[in-house]
Design a protein around this ligand. Structure first.
Ligand code: NDP
Length: 246
């Protein structure tokens, strides 16, 4: 599907690799000015070299405090769109999930997207910009997965935050949605699903018979950022080949 984001400014977190990187390239190709945030400066530089002059790197940890993030973004505001894609997973059995992983995962996967959305919303409101915020959640927010207690919980929290923000931001012309992909074989996907026996059990339960590709997620994110989804807000769009619905 061809999207046109000419003259639109979009902030994408977790831009240095995987799904976030693919979203940045697709948005640049669709004419957007893309601001990619992540910690790995070298990887962002390499992305800039590939994506061209429409890409601006913002080297930062998404869990910095609201004031620091706000200062970093000030000169780039207002944005027309935000993709909260940065995320982490730590695999631990439920009975021994550590406090440290719970805190770290919630900080990156839940707190940071909300803080970023608040900051971007303020910029949109000040400039009377109607915008779209897309949170990259997961099928793990909808169904429990073994060894994923903290991760599943963080994505379920993000889905509820999406709905709460949609309910309140609509008044300012800002939509908030999330996407819920199944496994994508990025670095994160490989960490959990490289074992064919383990992956096979999940695949057997998926009507699609395959995991998602980065491009499957990219297309849905661009749709939710675009005016093609102008009447959709507070929604979590499954990209799971029917896994959570069949
Ligand atoms: P990767 O591990 O490949 O990439 C994660 C990205 O997040 C990196 O760019 C990393 O950048 C960034 N990131 C992590 N922590 C921080 C931080 N503290 N501050 C800034 N950036 C950070 O993961 P994927 O591309 O697979 O995942 C992207 C999103 O998709 C995540 O939210 C994930 O939960 C979700 N998802 C992934 C699935 C999968 O199977 N792969 C399935 C469903 C959802 P850097 O290290 O440079 O900071």
């Amino acid at each position: 599907v061809a999207f046109d984001f000419t003259d639109k400014k979009i902030l994408v977190t977790g831009a240095s690799q995987g799904i976030g990187r693919a979203i940045c390239i697709a948005l640049c190709n669709a004419g957007a000015c893309v601001y990619g945030m992540a910690r790995n400066e070298a990887a962002l530089d390499a992305l800039g070299a590939e994506a061209g002059p429409k890409f601006t790197a913002i080297v930062a940890d998404v869990t910095l405090g609201a004031e620091e993030i706000s200062t970093l973004l000030k000169k780039h505001q207002p944005f027309d769109g935000l993709v909260n894609n940065a995320g982490i997973a730590v695999l631990e059995p439920a009975e021994s999930t550590s406090e440290e992983s719970m805190e770290r995962i919630m900080a990156v996967n839940f707190r940071a997207p909300v803080v970023l959305a608040q900051i971007v919303l303020r910029g949109m409101r000040a400039a009377s910009v109607s915008g779209s915020i897309v949170n990259v959640s997961s099928q793990a927010g909808l169904v429990p997965l073994k060894d994923h207690l903290a991760y599943c919980s963080s994505k379920a929290a993000l889905d509820m935050a999406t709905r709460c923000m949609a309910a309140e931001f609509g008044e300012y012309g800002v939509r908030v949605n999330s996407v819920s992909p199944t496994v994508v074989m990025t670095e994160m996907g490989k960490k959990a699903w490289s074992d064919p026996a383990k992956a096979g059990k999940l695949l057997d339960r998926m009507p699609s018979g395959r995991f998602a590709e980065e491009s499957d997620v990219v297309q849905s994110v661009l749709f939710l950022l675009s005016n093609g989804s102008a009447m959709t807000t507070g929604h979590a769009l499954p990209i799971d080949g029917g896994f959570t619905t069949c």
